[in-house]
Design a protein around this ligand. Sequence first.
Ligand code: ASP
Length: 445
Amino acid sequence: MEDMIKVVKFGGSSLASAGQFSKVGKIIRAEESRRYVIPSAPGKRNAKDTKVTDMLYQCYALAEAEESFTIALRKIRERYDSIINGLHLKLSLNKEFEEIAENFKNKAGADYAASRGEYLNGIIMANYLGYEFIDAAEVIRFDINGEFDAEKTNEILAARLQSCERAVIPGFYGAKEDGKVITFSRGGSDITGSIVAKAVQADIYENWTDVSGFLIADPRIIENPRGIKVITYRELRELSYMGATVLHEDAVFPVRKAGIPINIRNTNAPEEEGTLIVESTCRMPDYTITGIAGKKGFVAVNIDKDMMNSEVGFGRKVLEAFEKYGISFEHLPSGIDTMTVFVHQEEFEGKEQQVLSAIHRLAQPDSIELESDIALIAVVGRGMRSTRGTAGRIFSALAHANVNVKMIDQGSSELNIIIGVKSCDFETAIRAIYDIFVETQIIIK
Ligand code: ASP
């Protein structure tokens, strides 16, 4: 389409070397519509490599301790020079590195230091593409408390980009009104891409990384799992909460509100469609379920009390005991005389005795029992609402695999079913569920 606008963000591994840069160049040049480019800092070239962002934090720590950081900064410079030379660009970063060294000496802050990774990569990218370079410090605004200012940013960005046909805007950082650089949390270039997509009212936000989107299940558990073609924002939230991470959590908000889909694509396999993340869709998932994710390390706190059901305020008193010690709960299934609170083992362990005595004090239960090493598995899918027997398929698959189910929780939205199993059954359970829906696709009549 002629006047389509795409915002394209490239992650660190997509820009780790000159070779990766040229793949990115090909992708951008393949479509006129790829007009606004958001680069990350150079990432790892291999498993043992260090990300430039980490090198910058380390280098700045030396500067802050008033130790020599010359060698550390030179190593960072080498990463960029090898990209510049590999691409045969006539570009020197002399001036920039002098300025960075000076600012490090003057202790410009760790955020400033880390932001240089994207800043320098942006300069190279703009030069390589022949696009205008726009420093994110000028267009991404943080307020005086250091919080991202969405409204102000949108105003500045929209005005600035209206007169700019094509630009490179580095990811991950912005600045306060006084010019002080602030970064988002790690992985935050995803957020910048989303902000820019919103400001230019893009048709699509393409997020290019080193995987072809989301997979139905964790590839460390399922060999070669199938990919997810289309996923809704709500499904994604359920899955990423349970451990599937490809995209920064906060990257969803700007585009979601603006109704702009995100397409996760693979720089190393651009022919693949990747995953499309949308607000809503009538395209049903291929296998009833959209994805399976899970986490180990939960404790079930089982609280018993006769006639609990008719005692007004019992639940509140129990939860107050957890709140008092700063412990959040995950799930809260209950029976007539029992209530179970699922919490993170790591958070709970150190405070368990205090919490238990607080429950006794506040709620006077008959007994409390703890069960540790529980894993929670979320089976997520918008297709479950319109399909009968999904829960039946899950539980018969688990029974066949000899997995004992400790807890079941289905949200009323019918978007997910959460299952608690012993941690040692975690992998078996995921394989059994994946098998029944994806591999064998057996439907229980
Ligand atoms: N370079 C930053 C990081 O390593 C931000 C990003 O890549 O999105 O976290």
